[in-house]
Every structure is written in C-alpha cells, then in structure tokens.
Design a protein around this ligand. Sequence first.
Ligand SMILES: NC(=O)c1ccc[n+]([C@@H]2O[C@H](COP(=O)([O-])OP(=O)(O)OC[C@H]3O[C@@H](n4cnc5c(N)ncnc54)[C@H](OP(=O)(O)O)[C@@H]3O)[C@@H](O)[C@H]2O)c1
Length: 318
Amino acid sequence: MSVPSVTLNDGHKMPLLGLGTWQSEPGEVGKAVKTALELGYRHIDCAYAYLNQKEIGDVLQKVFAEGKIKREDVFITSKVWNTFHSYEKAKENIATILSELQLDYIDLILIHWPMGYAEGAEIFPKTEDGKKMRYSDVDYLETWKAAEEAKKSGKVRSIGISNFNHLQIDRLLDNSTIKPSVLQIELSPYLTQKKIRDYCDSKNIFITAYSPFGNPGSSMFRKSGDPCVLNDETIKKIAEKHGKTNAQIVLRWITQHNIIAIPKSTSAERLSQNFNVFDVELSNEEMNAIDGLNKNWRLVDIKERDGDHPHFPFNEEY
Ligand SMILES: NC(=O)c1ccc[n+]([C@@H]2O[C@H](COP(=O)([O-])OP(=O)(O)OC[C@H]3O[C@@H](n4cnc5c(N)ncnc54)[C@H](OP(=O)(O)O)[C@@H]3O)[C@@H](O)[C@H]2O)c1
C-alpha cells in the first residue's frame, strides 16, 4: 500500500508517514533505512545533530545505484543545528548535511530549534557546571535567510521550522520572503497541540508530529511514572476493534488529521507495523476519543536547561 502525500504551500509533495532516525545507533541506522525503503517508506527524517547522517547517505547511495528506487521517489528532511544559526554557519551546515547524506538536494530543511547555541566545534556547548547550554544571541531570522537562499539555489526544495511557537512563526512570516512549508513539533495523543495546529492551518503550514509514541525507549527524557500511549486503555480498545496495535492506531489518528508522522524504529517488525496503518479508517467517535486524551504532556522537556534563552519557545502554552 502506498502512503498518501500532502501538497505543501510551495507545491512540493510530502508523504504523510516517514521514518524517524534520532537515537538510531551507528551500525543500526543504515539497516533501518534500507529495510524501511524495502517496506515502502519514501520519507526519512534526519538531522545534523543525530550524528548518523553519513551512514544514511551510504545506504541511500547504494539503494539509488541499484535503480529500483530513484532519488526523486524519496523525501528527505534534515535540520540545521543550534550551533549554526549565523547566516554563514547555517549555509555551512546545509552544505555539510548535503555532503553527509551524499545528495544533490534535500527535500526539506528545518531550523531544528529557535534557540542558537554558542558556535564552535561542540554540538552541545555546556556551561562549566554542565547544567546549561552556552547560548548565542543570533536571531533565527538570520538562520532563515540562509534557508531561503538554499531554497532559491535549488539545493533545498522546501524550508520549514521545528519547535517554534506561533509568535515566533508570526515574526518569521512578517520578516521573510519565503513562508515556511512545515512546522515539526512534538505531537501525540497526550500532547495534541490543538492551538498551534489551528494556527498553522490558518497559515497553510503543514505539521509533522515528532515523538508520536512519546518515545517509550528514551532514557534521555523519560522519567519514571511518565505516561505511555502504547499502553493507553482507550487506544487499546480502539486497536482491538480494528485488529491493530496501539502504535498503529496512534499513527492512523495523526495521519487521519492530515498531520505527517515520523515514528522511529530500528526493528524490522516494528518498521513494518508502523507502515501498515492506512488500511483502517477511524470513526469520528474514535478520533474524538483520542483527541480527548490530551494532557499537555511533553517528552522533550528542556525548559530547565534552556528555558532562560530569549528564544526558548515553550515558556507558555501557546
Ligand atoms: N525536531 C525535533 O526536535 C525532534 C525531536 C525528537 C524527535 N524528532 C524526530 O521524530 C522521530 C520520532 O520521534 P522519537 O524517536 O523521539 O520517538 P517515537 O517515534 O515516539 O518512539 C520511538 C521509540 O518507540 C519504539 N517503537 C517504535 N515503533 C514501535 C512500535 N510499533 N511498538 C512499540 N515500540 C515502538 C522505538 O524502539 P525500536 O527502535 O526498538 O523499535 C523507539 O524506542 C525521531 O526519530 C526524529 O526523527 C525530532
């Protein structure tokens, strides 16, 4: 079964389901991408900061060389990291991303976060006590200029943002020549993000949902007692009715809202499971029941570390 696509505000098409690659270990990520492409995935979500793009690039090269899947069949996203926010550094980061992924163009480049960190060799430039990041005062509008240039040059097809709040997007829209096509944010049944979804609908910006399962495997962000949508009883009842797993119902709920989902897996069984979600249609009642599970619970909660950055996006519920 092929995956439906959405048409972005610049005319490019983007598949509603893709493969996430954060925390996909070296030695595993390449296999996961290869398996995913064999299963029919045509959208891979990458980032410079995941430190695994070279291995993904190697696999893409091999797969394209075999000839069954062409470059233009696969939608590749990557993200400019926080230590590359000044105009020249952002341009450099985009060039590095192209070279790591071994591609002539990237389908979508996002600014990973609105906050800039101190520019230099370290990806996470920590303060001496290791508790905070060293910040830069570069404005994300400068980073956006580099993204606009990359789009104009053809090296990047579409440009967007990640982890921006609606005030920051408004500011971007007021100060740019090219509108963002996509906003990537954390979104799951426990963080339904209704306000920013409505805002983005009104601006014709598509949403990509990251951590759609609340990343049950994350030792970095999960705390004991955190809820898990994969064990949720309401979702389980719906899943049993359709002969699906909780994970599949979560992905169908997201995509049925016309939101793009990028679940991560390195297991062949779960890659296959996560791909097979378009053969069910949830009823309005089932969609509403899952909408009703929202508890504004965020997995990627870095407020303690970065909350005093002038561009930190999540100090208020937007
Ligand atoms: N823009 C951003 O700031 C940002 C932040 C976070 C994530 N992202 C992107 O979004 C992607 C997805 O988010 P995520 O990786 O945080 O979390 P996620 O997709 O919600 O969860 C991934 C975890 O769930 C497990 N899993 C996958 N499918 C499963 C299934 N069917 N049943 C049970 N467990 C399953 C995976 O383990 P196995 O691998 O062992 O299957 C992994 O531990 C990332 O990989 C990344 O590409 C972006």
